[in-house]
Design a protein around this ligand. Structure first.
Ligand SMILES: Cc1cc2nc3c(=O)[nH]c(=O)nc-3n(C[C@H](O)[C@H](O)[C@H](O)COP(=O)(O)OP(=O)(O)OC[C@H]3O[C@@H](n4cnc5c(N)ncnc54)[C@H](O)[C@@H]3O)c2cc1C
Length: 548
């Protein structure tokens, strides 16, 4: 039912048409946009609501990681997004004299993409918004603000006010709050944000046409003025400087001060400034991420200091995790209890990234000269021991995409070594249908659940994976052979893949030949080995039944 203000009649009118959606997403920031793209792809009837007239125009996030790019690959936008990135850069941690005491330069492509990439959030949001145009099942209402909502027995009723004063009532089965740091939905639900207020103020300066040709992030670990300089796409550069005790926003934003900071930190004193502003960063996580039919995602659920460049990336993981669960419920394949696994899986991981950012802040913002000296000494000592050096350079300190609890069947391996509950790697593979073209694994996977059979004769074990779940979840299957197997398009009824670099063989060393049940978000839900296949068939069936 719509209530709207009719200017001709000068009064409020009621449009009695019922507007019912499976899902309403509030907030068209990067998190709501990724979520809506996924819901569009999965065929879920969705409404995306945004109070502003367009996506953001000012730069915010400047770093996107490999996991987010894999999520974006899943909505067919990887090529578009990668085309406007500054891919694959590292970090150099510098002492006040400019000497480099620690380097981060990850060269892994574990999930298919470089681990750190420069991005413009405003460009990314526009690309994600354009991506929605391909889905007739997603409506996008900009200039509409959520003003009230209430949960009823079979859904959530919402009141939306448009910029011209019309009030519209809509109803949905599930409401997603991706409405940002000051989330109206979170506040209305009285959900507490836990953790330190932190509250560091940082001056952000975005410039164009940088003269600094250095490709990595420079981290100025200087107690007298901690700061960062990050390269961005198309000759842009971001500077971030911590405000010192007693400094006011007006003082640091003054033109003279900004130019001096640029002069002291590279060759960009006279650069064109696109934006300068002061931000306060927080390290806080919402206590409850789900309230009945309502879930919090992105900044509405967690706020992280910028040192790890993970605020948006963590939020993209939320969308990637929750979208397929909503879709499975909307399609009637899984019961609504699957939605309860969203906070169980995502909250501890998001918390671990906030904790990592806080720790990185201690390195970047040493409180005194002696602390700065000992921090540098510590990192220089680590560099002598190769495993410790690789821990830093390869970013092994970054929490892995894995869950301790959630929608998967534990396989008895120790938490550190198990493959289940983890995002599966994304290596390059070769297909029997096009042996000369090497492609990323996900390009051969469907949008839903997939059985990935790895063996010299992958069809054999695959036939024994025959639990009820195969039909219930409409599971697709893909066969992949070790590197040493000669693929033949004629002999195989379907496309077979080959593990051309031996990455899968290495990852599955502890299992040998096996079939993996991959979730739509590419996490491993179960492993079937020749010895365990009957038992795991039963256990996956039980897992699926338990969602009802
Ligand atoms: C200076 C800066 C640098 C950063 N750098 C990085 C980085 O390098 N890497 C990284 O990963 N992250 C970074 N971040 C964090 C990143 O920008 C945020 O985590 C990200 O924008 C969160 O996305 P979101 O969609 O959750 O929220 P938002 O982007 O805030 O979007 C929320 C949307 O909801 C809308 N909305 C709010 N209330 C309503 C309502 N009642 N009705 C309708 N619409 C509503 C808002 O208008 C807004 O468009 C940075 C942030 C800042 C400020």
């Amino acid at each position: 039912m719509f209530l709207y203000f009719d200017t001709d009649k000068s009064g409020w009118c009621v449009d009695s048409s019922d507007v019912m959606f499976d899902v309403v997403v509030v907030g068209a920031g990067p998190i709501g946009l990724v979520l809506s793209n996924y819901l569009g792809k999965f065929g879920v009837k969705t409404l995306l609501v945004e109070k502003n007239s367009s996506t953001v125009s000012e730069p915010r996030a400047v770093s996107i990681d490999d996991e987010s790019l894999r999520a974006i690959q899943g909505i067919n936008l990887a090529e578009t997004v990668i085309g406007s990135l500054m891919p694959d850069y590292g970090s150099c941690y510098q002492s006040p004299t400019g000497s480099v005491f620690a380097k981060v330069s990850p060269n892994t492509r574990e999930y298919g993409y470089p681990r750190r990439n420069g991005v413009h959030q405003d460009v990314l949001e526009k690309q994600l918004k354009d991506g929605l145009e391909q889905y007739s099942n997603v409506e996008t209402w900009f200039n509409h603000q959520l003003t009230s909502f209430s949960e009823v027995e079979d859904g959530v009723e919402l009141s939306l006010q448009s910029a011209d004063g019309q009030v519209k009532s809509v109803k949905c089965r599930y409401l997603c709050a991706s409405d940002g740091a000051s989330s109206f939905i979170r506040k209305t639900l009285n959900v507490v944000m836990e953790g330190d207020t932190y509250g560091e103020n940082w001056l952000i300066i975005d410039i164009e046409n940088t003269k600094d040709t250095f490709r990595d992030t420079r981290v100025f670990c200087d107690p007298s003025r901690p700061g960062i300089s990050l390269p961005g796409p198309k000759g842009t550069r971001r500077f971030e400087f911590m405000l010192l005790k007693g400094e006011t926003n007006e003082e640091v934003l003054a033109e003279e001060n900004v130019r001096k900071l640029l002069r002291d930190h590279g060759p960009d004193e006279h650069a064109v400034i696109r934006r300068k502003t002061v931000y306060t960063f927080h390290a806080r996580v919402a206590r409850d991420w789900k309230h009945g039919r309502i879930a919090l995602l992105g900044d509405a659920a967690h706020l992280t200091p910028p040192f790890a460049g993970q605020g948006m990336n963590s939020g993209v993981r939320d969308s990637h995790n929750y979208a397929w669960k909503l879709a499975q419920v909307a399609l009637g394949r899984l019961g609504p209890k699957i939605l309860d696994t969203y906070p169980v899986e995502r909250k501890p991981h998001a918390q671990s990234l906030v904790d990592m950012a806080v720790k990185m802040g201690h390195v970047m913002m040493p409180l005194s000269k002696p602390t700065a000296f000992f921090t540098r000494l510590f990192f220089r000592a680590l560099a002598i021991y190769p495993p410790a050096q690789s821990y830093i350079t390869q970013m092994k300190y970054k929490p892995k995409p894995r869950f301790n609890e959630g929608f998967f069947v534990p396989d008895g391996h120790k938490l550190r070594n198990t493959i289940v509950g983890r995002m599966f790697i994304q290596p390059m593979v070769e297909s029997s249908q096009a042996p000369t073209q090497k492609q990323l694994l996900d390009n051969f996977l469907s949008d839903g659940f997939t059985l990935l059979s790895y063996s010299t004769t992958p069809e054999t074990l695959l036939k024994r994976v025959n639990g009820k779940f195969v039909d219930t979840l409409k599971v697709d299957s893909v066969c992949i052979t070790p590197k040493s197997v000669l693929l033949s398009a004629e002999d195989n009824p379907r496309s077979q893949l080959r593990d051309i670099n031996g990455d899968i063989e290495k990852t599955l060393k502890a299992y040998g030949e096996c079939v993996l049940l991959l979730r739509p978000d590419r996490y491993v839900a179960a492993v079937f080995t020749p010895e365990s296949v009957e038992r795991v068939n039963r256990e996956v069936d039980t897992l699926v039944e338990a969602t009802w």
